[in-house]
Structures are given as structure tokens and as C-alpha cells.
Write a protein that binds this ligand. Structure first.
Ligand SMILES: *Cc1c(COP(=O)(O)O)cnc(C)c1O
Length: 405
């Protein structure tokens, strides 16, 4: 890829040299990772480096990305409506398709309205960044997703963190916020935590927030399609409809496409349309994306057996890993971490698994705390028992090879 004939200036080379120093540091910590390139569709088996592997690395919980109904909807939409939307939502980029998806999402999530964004990342950055200003306060779980943290960084609002999934500590933070007399107080939590697979104690958090007059925002990126009736998410799982002000979700994980949304009141929707910067200044989804997402909601409503299969597979893999002697953390969902300690161990386990036909990514700092590196697995509804047995055998051998078992 290097083009010899291009002369690079001193300034270009100086920047590269400076960046190389950062990369050297990552290398030293065992955190420099080449991108894994999939030479196949994202499925229960994938091809990497010409080899077919059992894939435990995707967020494609239900295999919807290759579901025939989604593909058909995408093809039809592209044929009829074109490849791109051509504008930001507020200028000319809102098509009836976008409105249709939002109406479907609102009904699915049992809220008055919904608004879609380009991704789950941008919805968090857009919602938090636009709704809170100086004189407001965020009360946030210490292990909330990076996109929530980045959203918080964009506001001049104060922030009070509470200990991970601890309602009593959240209450301390909420009380502190109330006593300081802020205009708006928003408690934010992941519904399901993406690295540990634990579920936020939402009923307790909502109750405490109500006691101190704070609103609750749940990021259900890993809850939608997994928890609740037909995968409606953690608000539905805990029957908290009407008590969670902002239901954030992604269309990139179980829904199988790409995008993010907030399901909330009509007032929230109107507010975001006028204030959320990713909504105002970044173009809307192509028609194929929108209609594939609509088809995904149809599938969630009509094929709940996919979610049952996902949970059966999750229980099977968890039991197998625990029986083999691995520390699989505190997960309550299909996200199953295999704890490794230092990043080097996690990367070594991932490499050993790859040699044995299993693709499961090692994850280290900054995605998780130092010393808590892991190989994170996510099973899907489309894995067969044979896939899972092969994966378990590979885990046992790989774990022994690196001295983790
Ligand atoms: C993955 C994830 C996001 C980002 O969603 P994208 O659609 O991939 O941008 C946001 N929040 C949480 C909790 C996530 O796990």
C-alpha cells in the first residue's frame, strides 16, 4: 500500500514519528493488535486468514444480519429508493421510511415516540450532549459504556459517578445532586453491561431516582433483542414502562444492521430534532438500512424462538466454560467473559483459540480496567451444539496451553 513516488514532507514524517512512540508503548503492554479481517459474512462461522472459525466475537445475537427477510427488505429499499439518503435529517434527509421505522420502534418499545441516529454511539453523544448543560447533573454508573462517557465529556453539566450497579451508592449520588439544586438530573446506566454481561438493577435505580426527582436513561444496546418480551429490552424485562425517560438502543447488535435510537416522549423527540448535533450535522441512514431495521422488528415480533435459542446456547456455553474451570465473571446474559488478568494472557488465549478454530477476541485496557483483561464471548441463536462443543474443547486446550487452567 506504500506508494514510493509520493514524497512525504518533514511535517508528515514528524507526526508519524510522534505517533509511533504511542504505538511502541501499546506494543510494550501487549495491546497493539492488528485488525482481524473477516473474509466472509458475519455468521456463526467466519473465514479469517483463509480459515473457517467458530465465531464467538460478534454482537449479532440473533443472526439477523443474514436473515432472509432483512436482506430482502434491504434489496427492495435500495432498488426503489436508491443507495443513499443524500442529506442530513433536518434538511432533506428525512424520508417516509425513516418516519416509519421510528413509529415502529416507538410501538415496539412502548413509548410515545422514537428518533433514530446513525449509531448507538452517536445517539448517546447526541442525547447527553444536547440535553444537559451547565447547571444540570449526570449521575452515572462507573462502568457505563464509552459512548456515554464521551457524551458526558461534551456537556458542561456536573457529573457524579456511583459504584457499579450499586443502588445505595446511586442514592448517595442522587441525594447529593438534589441538595445542590440542579435544574435537570439524569441517572444513566447501561441496561446490560457490554464487557461483563451483568444486568443493571433497574427497578432499584428507578425507584431511587424517582425519590430524588431525577430522570433515568437506560442504554439497552445489549438488552434489546435479548431481554424482555420479544426482545423489547430491560425496561420491558423489569416492567418499567413509563418510568424510564430515555430508552436508548442500537440497531447494530441484535437488530443486525446499524444505527441507534432513543425511544421516549414526543417532547424529547422534538427537543433532539432541534438540538442533538449528530442528528443536525451528520447524514441520515440509507433506505436499505432503514428498511432492514423495520424487517428486524417484524422478525423480533414474529420469531421469538430465535431469542429462546440464543438463551439455550448461552446457558450451554456458560456451563461448559464454568465446568472446565474458567472464571466467567458475573454475567447474567449471553455475554460471557473468560477472565484472564493481564492483557498479555487474554491476547495469548485468543491467539491459542484461533489456532484451534475459534474466533474470540481478547479485550484489554482501555476497554476494560487494567488487570481485568478477558476473552469476551457472545454466542448467537445461530450456533449449533456442534459449534459450541468445538468451542468448548478449544477453550479447554487453549486454557491449559497458556497455564490459565
Ligand atoms: C455497542 C454499544 C454502543 C454503540 O452502539 P453502535 O451502534 O455500535 O454505535 C452504545 N452503548 C453500548 C452500551 C454499547 O454496548
Amino acid at each position: 500500500m506504500v506508494i514510493d513516488s509520493i514524497h512525504t514532507s518533514d511535517a508528515v514524517r514528524t507526526l508519524d514519528a510522534s505517533l509511533q512512540a504511542d504505538l511502541e508503548q501499546l506494543r510494550g503492554e501487549g495491546l497493539f493488535r492488528p485488525l482481524r479481517v473477516l473474509e466472509s459474512a458475519q455468521m456463526a462461522e467466519v473465514v479469517i486468514g483463509g480459515r473457517r472459525l467458530v465465531n464467538l466475537s460478534s454482537n449479532n445475537y440473533l443472526g439477523l444480519n443474514t436473515h432472509p427477510r432483512l436482506i430482502e427488505a434491504a434489496v427492495e429499499a435500495a432498488t426503489e429508493w436508491g443507495a443513499g439518503s443524500g442529506a442530513v435529517r433536518t434538511i432533506a434527509g428525512t424520508q417516509s421510511l425513516h418516519q416509519h421505522l421510528e413509529a415502529r420502534l416507538a410501538t415496539f418499545k412502548r413509548t410515545e415516540a422514537a428518533l433514530t441516529f446513525q449509531s448507538g454511539y452517536t445517539v448517546n453523544v447526541g442525547v447527553i450532549g444536547s440535553m444537559l448543560e451547565q447547571g444540570d447533573c449526570v449521575v452515572s454508573d462507573k462502568l457505563n459504556h464509552a459512548s456515554i462517557i464521551d457524551g458526558i465529556r461534551l456537556t458542561k453539566a456536573d457529573r457524579i459517578l456511583y459504584e457499579h450497579t450499586d443502588p445505595d451508592d446511586a442514592e448517595r449520588a442522587l441525594k447529593e445532586a438534589r441538595d445542590r439544586g440542579y435544574r435537570r438530573v439524569l441517572l444513566i446506566t447501561d441496561g446490560v453491561f457490554s464487557m461483563d454481561g451483568d444486568i443493571a438493577p433497574l427497578p432499584e435505580l428507578v425507584e431511587r431516582a424517582e425519590k430524588y426527582d431525577a430522570a433515568v436513561m437506560v442504554d439497552d444496546a445489549h438488552g434489546t433483542g435479548v431481554l424482555g418480551r420479544n426482545g423489547r429490552g430491560s425496561t420491558d424485562h423489569f416492567d418499567l414502562h413509563g418510568r424510564v425517560a430515555l430508552n436508548i438502543g442500537t440497531l447494530s447488535k441484535a437488530v443486525g444492521v446499524v444505527g441507534g435510537y432513543v425511544a421516549a416522549s414526543q417532547t424529547v423527540r422534538d427537543h433532539l430534532i432541534h438540538k442533538a448535533r449528530p442528528f443536525l450535522f451528520s447524514s441520515s441512514h440509507p433506505p436499505a438500512v432503514v428498511m432492514a431495521c423495520v424487517a428486524a422488528i417484524d422478525v423480533l415480533e414474529q420469531e421469538p424462538q430465535l431469542i429462546e435459542r440464543l438463551w439455550d446456547n448461552a446457558r450451554y456455553l456458560k456451563k461448559g466454560l464454568a465446568d472446565a474451570g474458567f472464571d466467567i465473571g458475573r454475567s447474567q446474559t449471553p455475554i460471557t467473559p473468560v477472565m484472564c488478568g493481564e492483557a498479555g494472557q487474554a491476547m495469548a488465549l485468543s491467539d491459542q483459540l484461533m489456532q484451534r478454530g475459534v474466533f474470540a477476541q481478547g479485550i484489554g485496557f482501555p476497554t476494560v480496567a487494567r488487570g481485568q483483561a478477558r476473552v469476551r464471548t457472545i454466542v448467537t441463536a445461530t450456533h449449533t451444539t456442534a459449534h459450541l462443543d468445538a468451542a468448548l474443547a478449544a477453550f479447554s486446550e487453549a486454557g491449559k496451553a497458556i497455564g490459565l487452567l
